[in-house]
Design a binder for this molecule. Structure first.
Ligand SMILES: Nc1ncnc2c1ncn2[C@@H]1O[C@H](COP(=O)(O)OP(=O)(O)OP(=O)(O)O)[C@@H](O)[C@H]1O
Length: 285
């Protein structure tokens, strides 16, 4: 066991210690580097992030008030939306012209909330869809049936292992809609892992999760980092951010306003302003 493991500090947190807490700061070993990413909807500039680097092997939180542009930024980076301008590299490859399934194949996989259609499918079928949907339908249609069958058998095997790990194995034939809020989040995470990602993007992993399951979800997320994955997650729950994030990036009104360790961020008056605005000042007086 390394000294860092003994003290409970992740290698990523140690690598990021002492870095300047400023937007766009360069990281020692970035897996994702994005520059000039901008997205406007008509006259509204939803995202305008000059530069962001995500450290390989870290758990990085993306926080900010409602409407800050976090989900739009996620959608852009993962190829589910197109930017007005911007370039980014993922794991050494230019990714801004890739389609969503190509981004997933390159190793950057995002979770999706269970849509209505998915709640009407079994947990196992959700897992199997996880293996195929982000890879692109055309690719599947082009495969020969024997190859496809072999692939499906391998996918089932993989799904069973993941369902066991996420304690959903007994639910595999149940409709996904029967799962509790926390179990849905576990399924979303398990489904993303069907694609063997290098980086997992989690959109509000704690939303709608009861306190009893929160700790288990936190441990699962730390487990991804222990396996060498990078995690970028959007979250409003600051307790969770404090507990697991190595690094925090803060967005407000489409822009990256600051970055830093959880301690640096929670003491930053700009962050307090962005979240609480004038109410906070009033409360202090
Ligand atoms: N498809 C769209 N068409 C028009 N406006 C959009 C679209 N998607 C997002 N927006 C707008 O872009 C801005 C950023 O939205 P976004 O959902 O990315 O914010 P967010 O930080 O994820 O917020 P939340 O924390 O509430 O999920 C908002 O003003 C939103 O209304």
């Amino acid at each position: 066991m390394s000294a860092d493991q003994q003290t409970g500090i992740s290698a990523a947190r140690a690598a990021l210690a002492g870095m300047a807490a400023e937007p766009g700061v360069a990281k020692p070993d970035p897996i994702l580097t994005a520059t000039g990413v901008r997205r406007a909807f008509g006259g509204l500039v939803a995202v305008d992030v000059e530069h962001l680097e995500v450290q390989r092997g870290s758990i990085t939180a993306l926080i900010g008030p409602n409407g800050a542009g976090k989900t739009t930024y996620f959608n852009l980076l993962t190829g589910f939306d197109r930017p007005s301008s911007g370039e980014w590299n993922f794991n050494g490859r230019k990714a801004n012209r890739m389609r969503s399934y190509q981004v997933a194949q390159a190793g950057m996989v995002r979770t999706f909330q269970l849509t209505k259609a998915l709640t009407r499918m079994s947990v196992m079928d959700n897992m199997l869809i996880g293996a195929s949907s982000q890879l692109g339908e055309r690719m599947w249609a082009g495969l020969f049936p024997p190859l496809w069958k072999r692939q499906e058998a391998a996918n089932r095997e993989k799904a069973l292992v993941l369902l066991e790990r996420f304690k959903l194995i007994d639910k595999r034939e149940h409709y996904a809609g029967e799962l509790s809020g926390g179990q849905r989040k576990l399924l979303e995470m398990a489904r993303a892992l069907m694609l063997d990602p290098k980086m997992v993007m989690l959109d509000e992993p704690m939303a709608g999760v009861n306190p009893a399951l929160k700790q288990s979800l936190l441990e699962h997320i730390k487990g991804l980092r222990e396996e060498g994955m990078t995690v970028l997650f959007v979250e409003h729950d600051m307790d969770m951010v404090h507990e697991i994030a190595d690094w925090v990036a803060v967005m407000a009104a489409g822009q990256l306003i600051t970055e830093g360790t959880p301690d640096q961020i929670s003491a930053d008056p700009r962050v307090i302003d962005a979240y609480l605005g004038a109410h906070h000042d009033a409360a202090q007086r």
